[in-house]
Design a protein around this ligand. Structure first.
Ligand code: BGC
Length: 691
């Protein structure tokens, strides 16, 4: 590399706001999140980067193209099905390449430390093992198409409020046993070409300038050979390079393009920078070669089999739907005479989450409900609905029934319709987006009152939730059925109808605890939400400003683990999910590093179940950790035998630079969910340490 070439791969633009702020597309770029020009002379391809974790993102339709919209992260995770998540990744990777991209900004494996966090819908779960396994599977699928996948946002990116300077407070031990373990497992399994560092601070340092995260943990301890790219607008100084940052993304968004001339100049006079500059290039090139990017960026206009991909997103939505309650009203019979469908724009589509990951299929959003005009990002801040209307899908399946629709804005009118019908189905939505947390877990805009009134009018009321994450369900005991469909993606309406009418037997299990009360959370409010004005791009850190999010309260005991520690019962626990058939779990045997069991379908329909293995206590001291899981599709009366391998880190503590399993008796449970343990076994383990 000569002259400026030495920093050419180390910073990029956002090709919708170009260097210099011009709207003119940079030659060679495609409208997307990022563009790093290649070096033709050396046969090094440009990096063309697009979001995101839920498909090739829509970007306000700027490219004029569409892609397969996948269900949200929690929906994918509810499947507990790594093969399916790999397949989803493969579809996203293939579409990215066909559109001319060779980097997908995917792989959100941050743990859901707060159910109110705005990006819950982009992440997988509250558990490090589940998130790590699924994150790794997603990367594998994406990279199988020679498209680099990131894992993001490294690390402890658990809230949007003050997102550019909130300081995540957590010790090294609890951190390594939780969020960092999710990254570590996902890296081992997926070998991602890049890691995206986060907006927030960790231990008082910006994550993209954290020597601890990037140099010590990622590159030294985990021996990671790929590169770290920054989040967009997350770099505040040149010395981020010394802390381990390799590439400045969307660099014109930062105060300075540090990784251009300033980095070359520093490398000229300072051996530490000179050494880093070489290493930064080696890392970017290593990932390009390892993932097989070739000598040129892919040409846009490649073929996409949208029909085949639609089948994948529909399957993902169906496996992601969690049946939370059923008094016997579900599945609906095709011969039902009348159905009142109410609310949630169910006549138009299914909700999607907002921000950089927003993805749309053919034709773009079915509807876009404005939220504000008073924000630079107003266009993005609309409630967008995927063009897959549950109402049409319901009508198709109940072709002989009278199916009415009311938007739910007038409760009395909705109640009148519900009274006349055999079945009432209320669609309830909670829009969430990158940039904003939700102030409460209650459904917004009076939907609880609507549901309560409809439930009183019709004993066969079913609620279908389209939410970013957990919500309170104060009416749950008064309704006949509840489905959590999350943001179900481009075929969500069809998938919901498939489950309602039993074409698909629900098999989703919650990847995050549904709390019964805000008192049960480690924090009553999201730190900063009582004094900061939310804004999409995030409040800039003002010199001296401090805002701590104290994650040392729960440490590595996130979600169900916090509940176990505190003796709290959830509204619906982690791992919970009903089926239209029944399963028996038994023949539980445990060893030091594995557990075996049998799942049997004892009901009257074919279906799939997810059995879970938890650590329950060590020498009588209660503690809970998911150690493994297995999903089986079973015909009536059939059984499957499963043996899961237990990652020793899940039994260990990280202290003083090493993992240690303390000697003693470990009680393990075979479970339907985190609170329903059906068999217990103890294993004695000799202690050991390693790193
Ligand atoms: C988000 C990232 C995203 C990037 C590029 C940022 O605002 O935090 O997740 O990949 O934008 O669009």
């Amino acid at each position: 590399m000569r002259g400026d070439e030495r920093t050419q791969l180390l910073w990029g633009i956002m090709p919708i706001f170009n260097a210099g702020g011009s709207a003119k597309p940079e030659p060679g770029s495609i409208a997307g999140a990022g563009y790093v020009p290649g070096i033709d002379r050396l046969g090094i391809p440009a990096l063309r980067e697009t979001d995101g974790s839920l498909g090739v993102s829509y970007l306000l339709g700027l490219r004029g193209d569409y892609s397969t919209a996948m269900p949200s992260g929690p929906a994918m995770a509810s499947s507990f099905n790594p093969q399916l998540v790999r397949e989803i990744g493969s579809v996203m990777g293939q579409e990215a390449r066909a559109k001319g991209f060779n980097v997908l900004l995917a792989g959100g494996v941050n743990l859901m430390r707060d159910p109110r966090a705005g990006r819950t819908f982009e992440y997988f779960s509250e558990d490090p093992y589940l998130s790590g396994v699924l994150g790794g599977a997603s990367v594998q699928g994406i990279q199988s198409h020679h498209v680099i996948s990131t894992l993001k946002h490294f690390a402890f990116n658990a809230q949007e409020t003050g997102r550019k300077y909130v300081n995540s407070v957590i010790g090294d031990g609890p951190g390594r046993e939780s969020d960092l373990l999710a990254f570590q497992i996902a890296i081992e399994r997926g070998q991602p070409g890049a890691i995206m560092c986060a907006y927030n601070r960790v231990g008082g340092k910006q994550a993209c300038a954290s020597d601890y995260l990037m140099n010590t943990v990622l590159k030294e301890d985990w021996d990671y050979k790929g590169f770290v790219m920054s989040d967009w607008g997350a770099v505040w100084s040149l010395d981020s390079a010394l802390a381990g940052l390799d590439q400045q993304s969307g660099a014109p968004l930062d105060p300075e393009i540090y990784f251009d001339a300033p980095l070359r100049n520093a490398a000229h006079s300072d051996p530490a920078y000179s050494k880093r500059l070489k290493d930064m290039n080696v890392r970017v090139l290593t990932s390009m070669l390892a993932v097989g990017l070739g000598n040129e960026a892919p040409k846009p206009g490649g073929a996409i089999d949208f029909e085949a991909h639609a089948a994948v997103t529909r399957e993902a939505a169906a496996q992601g739907i969690v049946l939370l309650r059923n008094t016997g009203v579900l599945p609906l019979s095709a011969s039902v005479k009348s159905i009142a469908v109410i609310g949630g724009f169910a006549d138009s589509g299914v909700l999607s989450g907002g921000g950089s990951s927003e993805t749309h299929g053919m034709g773009g959003p079915a509807i876009s409900v404005p939220r504000t005009a008073a924000d630079r990002f107003a266009k993005q801040l609309t409630h967008q609905y995927q063009a897959s209307a549950p109402l049409a899908a319901i009508r198709k399946r109940a072709s002989k029934a009278e199916v009415t629709y009311r938007d739910g804005r007038y409760i009395a009118d909705a109640v009148a319709q519900a009274k006349k019908a055999d079945i009432a189905i209320v669609f309830a939505t909670q829009w969430t987006t990158e940039g904003f947390d939700v102030p409460s877990l209650s459904l917004p805009t009076g939907q609880d009152a609507l549901i309560e009134a409809v439930a009183k009018a019709n004993p066969n009321t079913i609620v279908v939730l389209e939410t970013g994450g957990p919500v309170f369900l104060p009416w749950k005991d008064d309704v006949a059925g509840v489905l959590e469909a999350w943001y179900p993606g481009g075929k969500g309406g069809e998938a919901i109808a498939d489950v309602l009418f039993g074409q698909v037997n629900p098999s989703g299990h919650l990847p995050i605890t549904f709390p019964a009360s805000v008192e049960d959370l480690p924090r009553r409010i999201i730190p900063g939400s009582d004094f900061l004005t939310p804004s999409f791009f995030g409040t800039e850190p003002t010199p001296g400003a401090t805002l701590d999010a104290d994650y040392s309260i729960e440490g590595s005991d996130v979600g169900y683990r916090w509940n176990a520690r505190k003796g709290i019962t959830a509204a619906y626990p982690f791992g919970y999910g009903l089926s239209y058939t029944q399963f028996r779990l038994d023949h539980f045997t445990v060893g030091e590093d594995s557990a075996s069991f049998t799942i049997t379908n004892t009901g009257t329909r074919e279906g799939a179940d997810v059995a879970q293995i938890y650590l329950l206590s060590h020498d009588g001291r209660p503690m809970q950790r998911l150690l493994g899981f297995a999903r089986c599709d079973l015909a009536v009366g059939k059984s499957c035998k499963q043996k899961v391998t237990i990652d020793p880190r899940l039994l260990a503590r990280w202290r003083d630079g090493q993992w240690t399993i303390a000697p003693g008796d470990y009680l393990l449970g075979l479970a339907l969910d985190a609170e329903t343990i059906v068999q217990r076994q103890t294993v004695h383990i000799e202690g050991r340490s390693w790193n």
